[in-house]
Design a protein around this ligand. Structure first.
Ligand code: CUA
Length: 155
């Protein structure tokens, strides 16, 4: 079968680009350890209110200046809505949703997550500046989406 020269060039180009893109993904995954966040932690979204520790959302002290904060995001609020922590605390946020997809974003930090029913997402941040941080939902989740926010007071 005769394949035209230009056709061969295009086929080679397609194959080379495929190899380049797959290599970039493999490199990011292995060398930079970029992987889907918290791919392993799941929860039954219909039983969030009965599943520890999400049955009592809030702050847990786990060590000197180390905290875990468990959040439930649901239409249209975060629980807890107001968190108070001492300055220089390192907080690991764990968040899940019993209803629809929400966002969990704290501006001026690197905490920026999607909250997906059935999954627990997590992110850790050290708060080195005093002040009130906003916590906002940045995934459109319904008619009250723009009212879905909380705050974190670093004292
Ligand atoms: Cu929750 Cu938007």
């Amino acid at each position: 079968m005769h394949v035209h020269r230009y056709e061969r060039i295009w086929i080679a180009f397609g194959v080379i680009m495929l190899v380049v893109f797959l290599s970039a993904i493999a490199f990011a995954s292995v060398a930079d350890n970029i992987n889907p966040p918290s791919g392993m932690q799941t929860i039954d979204p219909t039983k969030v209110a009965q599943t520890p520790p999400f049955d009592h959302p809030g702050l847990r002290k786990i060590g000197d200046g180390r905290y875990e904060a468990y959040y439930v995001a649901q239409v249209f609020q975060f629980t807890p809505s107001d968190l108070k922590i001492p300055v220089n605390s390192t907080v690991s946020f764990y968040v899940t949703s019993p209803d629809v997809v929400h966002g969990f974003f704290i501006p001026n930090t690197d905490v920026n997550m999607m909250v997906i029913p059935g999954w627990v997402n997590t992110s850790t941040h050290t708060f080195t500046k005093r002040g009130t941080y906003l916590l906002i939902c940045h995934e459109y989740c319904g008619i009250g989406h723009q009212n879905m926010f909380g705050k974190i007071e670093v004292q």
